[in-house]
Design a binder for this molecule. Structure first.
Ligand code: BT5
Length: 289
């Protein structure tokens, strides 16, 4: 049982936000799964699921997300299609939605905590080159109609939420992690941070399909104009490239060493100096992807 939060207290904390509904859990498998179930029973727009602890938190491609009790934010917001989300359907990807989550966390950390937070495309938030938050946007369809988007966000608030070394053996390219409190060197009120992130989400949602959103997202990208390792989904064919910026659909525009400009629609990036292996080698006994 979490000592510091419950349904009633969280409703009070978030009472100024126009949420469609709120479900708080001390412990849950994954807030994204709970939100997906809620969608099936007509979750309204801006329905919010919050868990103090997740036992089966997920990242992309079935990777694991570490969110132990009393230390992190783990929440999922249901977004029903509006004019902006309908506009995004032409892109046939969730890049701008991941960008929405990432930009909201980034801005909340900049404004509320005073951090130089940055977005590691496509869905991570970094401070000082270390990951302290990840976003998982999932679209739910009924036939060919978009029913809703679930925007899941995890934030490491205290150091207890930082995963132990080689925690997710499914990930051959782990990134160094940190927490808000470790990076700040001071305690942070995690529920006030949740409120600040939701405020930013509501602001940027109103601009999701427009150019200002894209430009602000781009301006907050980590490693811009720097050479990085570009790791396509699945991990094969790693290239070195320089990050130029974002395309309209949220793809990352990269210049290769051969001078060719390519668009990355999924996958990830790692700084190339030190080289990839300098961050952390995949343990020899972990499964290869
Ligand atoms: C993400 O995936 O970063 C998206 C994480 C989204 C989590 C939220 S929590 C609320 C909602 N409910 C869910 O079930 N999920 C969402 P990806 O880019 O694939 O990164 C996953 C990788 O990050 C893992 O393979 C680990 O290497 C690393 N990782 C796991 N937990 C971490 C943590 N707490 N802090 C930093 N890195 C972590």
């Amino acid at each position: 049982m979490s000592a510091d939060m419950n349904q009633q207290k969280l409703e009070e904390q978030l009472k100024n936000l126009p949420l469609g509904g709120l479900r708080y859990f001390d412990r849950l498998g994954s807030t994204n799964d709970e939100a997906a179930d809620w969608i099936k029973t007509n979750a309204p727009d801006l329905a919010l699921v919050v868990a103090d602890e997740q036992t089966a938190g997920r990242g992309r491609g079935g990777r694991k997300w570490f969110s132990p009790a009393g230390s992190a934010l783990a929440f999922s917001l249901v977004l029903r299609p509006d004019e902006h989300i309908n506009q995004l359907l032409k892109y046939q990807n969730t890049a701008r939605l991941n960008g929405l989550g990432a930009l909201a966390v980034c801005r909340a950390l900049q404004n509320q905590v005073g951090f130089p937070a940055q977005i590691k495309w496509p869905n991570d938030i970094l401070v000082g080159g270390r990951k302290l938050s990840g976003v998982l946007a999932e679209a739910h369809w009924i036939g060919s109609e978009l029913a809703a988007v679930v925007l899941g966000i995890g934030v490491n608030v205290s150091q207890a939420s930082v995963p132990p070394d080689v925690w997710d053996t499914l990930n051959p390219y782990p990134f160094p992690a940190t927490s808000v409190e470790a990076a700040l060197g001071a305690a942070v009120e995690r529920w006030a941070l949740l409120s600040a992130i939701l405020d930013e989400l509501l602001i940027w949602r109103q601009q999701l399909s427009g150019p200002d959103f894209l430009h602000t997202w781009e301006a907050n990208l980590a490693f811009r104009n720097q050479w990085v390792q570009v790791i396509p989904p699945g991990g094969g064919g790693i290239e070195t490239g320089r990050i130029l910026g974002l395309e309209d659909d949220g793809a990352l525009q990269v210049e290769t060493a051969a001078g060719e400009v390519i668009s990355l629609h999924s996958g990830e990036i790692h700084p190339s100096d030190p080289p990839l292996g300098g961050f952390r080698l995949r343990p020899v006994d972990s499964p290869k992807k």
